[in-house]
Design a binder for this molecule. Structure first.
Ligand code: NDP
Length: 279
């Protein structure tokens, strides 16, 4: 029995960061990324720290605004406006989730679309749907595509099944794969006979947030399987939405959690910042 190739997201992300670093070295303007963190969520604080560290490593200048848990909508709006107006800031990221009393979508829509490195403003969502490459696309689906292309460059005609339809991942992933000439099925919690739907996937992507939900029997032999889920198990270890150990015997290529798409998300965020700084 041949085992699946394990797609090394860490190595692919490191190579992408190296490419970006040499691009930054040749630029006349130093790219700048501003991160806005509201509240004291420990996981969000770690994500922000990692993003700032990654920026420093490739020569992107970081700007940070930390606001207390009880910050008002107007306080965050004022920070966004200041970063929109700051010519040294080329990318703005509002770390999600924000505390529940805030309207996160209204805040996101205040970000200048040319600085929207998360790709969540309506302008950037629309550009992605229209196939306008001048927009900024969300980072995790961009990263997932690069991982798929690391094992197969031409995806024409392949059937891709994405489980999950969030604005952050599932919907933009579907658009990105359509642009690669895949036939795309987007599944979700109301999909009937999900196992059967998944069994026809040449590319299977799970972005649900349910530990090891996708079993080996759901996977078409030889499929490329990409795991977006990040779940904390009882023993405090991380796992994805795919039953990794069993899936290895059926898939042709598979991403691990951690070390799969996670590092790619940050690398693609740096990529979006460099793209924004290049105008
Ligand atoms: P959301 O909670 O926004 O979306 C989850 C999706 O899964 C929804 O569309 C939901 O369907 C669907 N779903 C839930 N239960 C089932 C089920 N039993 N069967 C089929 N579909 C189901 O999550 P996100 O898209 O933001 O994130 C998904 C996962 O990916 C999370 O674990 C998150 O931590 C991880 N993630 C990882 C990133 C990274 O950098 N590696 C970045 C972003 C996310 P419905 O719409 O019907 O409710």
């Amino acid at each position: 029995m041949t085992e699946a190739q394990i797609i090394d997201g860490k190595a692919i992300a490191a190579a992408l960061r190296e490419t970006l670093k040499s691009q930054v070295e040749k630029m006349h303007t130093q790219p700048g990324l501003a991160v806005i963190l509201v509240g004291d969520d420990a996981a969000s604080a770690v994500y922000v720290r990692n993003k700032i560290k990654a920026c420093a490593e490739i020569g992107i200048k970081s700007f940070e605004a930390r606001l207390p848990e009880k910050a008002a909508q107007e306080d965050i709006a004022a920070e966004i406006k200041a970063f929109n107006d700051n010519p040294n800031v080329h990318g703005i990221l509002l770390q999600l989730p924000v505390p529940k009393h805030l309207d996160s979508d209204a805040l996101i829509q205040m970000i200048d679309p040319t600085k929207d490195v998360d790709g969540l403003t309506y302008i950037n969502q629309g550009k992605l749907m229209a196939g306008d490459e001048s927009g900024l696309a969300p980072c995790t689906p961009q990263g997932a595509l690069k991982l798929i292309q690391s094992v197969r460059s031409d995806l024409t005609g392949l059937h891709a099944v994405i489980i999950g339809r969030s604005l952050l991942f599932g919907k933009p992933m579907a658009q990105i794969l359509l642009a690669e000439n895949c036939t795309v099925t987007t599944a979700h919690s109301k999909t009937r006979d999900l196992e059967h739907v998944c069994q026809s996937a040449d590319i299977l992507i799970a972005a649900v947030g349910q530990p090891k939900m996708v079993k080996e029997s759901w996977i078409k032999p030889g499929a490329i399987v990409i795991d977006i889920g990040i779940n904390r198990q009882e023993d405090s270890k991380l796992c994805g939405d795919i039953d990794f150990e069993n899936a290895k015997t059926t898939a042709s290529a598979l991403t691990p959690v951690p070390g799969g798409v996670g590092p790619m998300t940050i690398a693609c965020l740096l990529g979006n910042t460099v793209k924004a700084a290049n105008g």
